[in-house]
Design a protein around this ligand. Sequence first.
Ligand SMILES: [Zn+2]
Ligand SMILES: [Zn+2]
Length: 334
Amino acid sequence: MMKAAVFRNPGQPLVVEEVPLPAPGRGAALIRVARCGICGSDLHFTERHAQTAPSGTILGHEYAGEVVALGAGCERLRVGDRVIAMPIWGCGSCGACRADRPIHCIRLRPMLGGFAEYALIGEAVAHRLPALVSFADGALVEPLASALHGVRIADVKAGDHVLVLGAGAIAAGAIFWARRMGAARIVVLARSSTRASLVRHLGADAFIEDAGGDLELVHDVLGGPPDIILECTGASGMIERAIGQVRPMGRVVSLGMCLHRDAFVPATAQAKEIELRFAYAYGARAFRDCLNLFDSGDVAASAMVTGMTDLAGLPETFEAQRAGGSGCKVQLGF
Ligand SMILES: [Zn+2]
Ligand SMILES: [Zn+2]
């Protein structure tokens, strides 16, 4: 048996209880969880809508830990290895997997379960953590990979003026990567200024507190409308605002996850001939690139981890994050 934070029903906090220890099947490994980040999508899956997680689900997909048991057919990993793994375990052979889009794999196995003492991972999507990469940084690879995938879809290039909407973990990662891809100016617009110094540390040039009105101030700071807008809030109405503010022929990429019906006027986008794209998850390449970043000694992104909780405190911390939290990335740690 092991302790885990279990989702029961929307509107109820997670419940820490004893559950059976999962047994690793073919190609899977069991890890003792060392760190697991709380993600906006974990919060989304516990809300009431078409994508609510089934009752009894153990969420948590941003994990790092130590291998304690191996299923049949595992050849690469050893007991005692410090590892991270993509929570997206594709078959490896379908068209989507061959195109490095495992999230669209027809035989996809989502590997959640990180909000527990032990969790299962797929050996094929696991990476050993280099000796100098901490579990905390290892558990940041997953959200950073989501951000990197979105910034690559936005095709941020040297000299681009970028507006980032939001200052949560995905926005923080997007700022980090946009800066490293050579954006000339990065302005962040968010409702609360609590993360202003963090986003500056990650590479933003300016932070503007969003009063909900038009974005003229953004134009002043950028010297004109942005070339690219990265929508990272997932809030209703933001895509419409982005379409209204991006330059003609510019790009709007939605990295936030809006689960509600949302409206915009297509003719506004049409008249400017903008590109509107959506980014979801990542592939093996982005995941590896983010691990290599930490392995190279570039640990600026470590600052995204702003808090920790133990398993007993997780349900309360989880609800605090839902209410807006003040930190960026909070991790479960053992
Ligand atoms: Zn995540
Ligand atoms: Zn596949």
